[in-house]
Design a protein around this ligand. Structure first.
Ligand code: DQA
Length: 145
């Protein structure tokens, strides 16, 4: 059976490619998602992509993923990483192996970005590998499932 992996991008990542390109690069979210879907296909895996600026919608999407029997999730919760207890609880309750991902190295930036509220619910974290991090996370989750 084909594996299924969910990629969630949180607030402001819809503006990838235009938003602070010196930090996040010039690739758009659409280009990133197309690349991940293609990469997944080459590994017999369906990659489902979702972006929202809204905490509740991200939690709804995670809950739906439980019914879809998704085998793993890549979560770039963006700023919600540093603030959202609701998202921490959602990741815990869904029980889907989740890799926390940050394009930038959150430990080399402002103090408030160094703390991740959601990381304790995740199986691994990737930070500072740019967009390549998504492919590394996919590889990891595919091997795990
Ligand atoms: C980010 C890092 C967060 O601190 C920030 O709020 C983002 C993006 C990253 O991918 O590097 O929006 O998650």
């Amino acid at each position: 059976m084909r594996k299924r992996i969910l990629v969630i991008n949180g607030p402001n990542l819809g503006r990838l490619g235009k938003r602070e390109p010196e930090i996040y690069g010039s690739t758009t979210l659409q280009e990133l998602e197309e690349r991940l879907i293609e990469y997944g296909n080459s590994k017999d895996t369906d990659v489902i992509c979702f972006q929202s600026n809204h905490e509740g919608r991200i939690i709804d999407r995670l809950e739906k993923a439980v019914d879809e029997e998704v085998s793993g999730c890549i979560l770039n919760a963006a700023a919600l990483t540093h603030t959202s207890v609701a998202l921490l609880d959602a990741v815990k309750s869904c029980n889907i192996p989740t890799v926390e991902l940050h394009i930038s190295n959150i430990h080399k930036r402002e103090e408030f970005r160094k703390k991740s509220i959601t990381a304790p619910a995740c199986v691994a974290s990737i930070s500072g590998m740019g967009l390549h991090g998504y492919e590394y996370a996919l590889d990891f989750l595919i091997k795990q499932s």
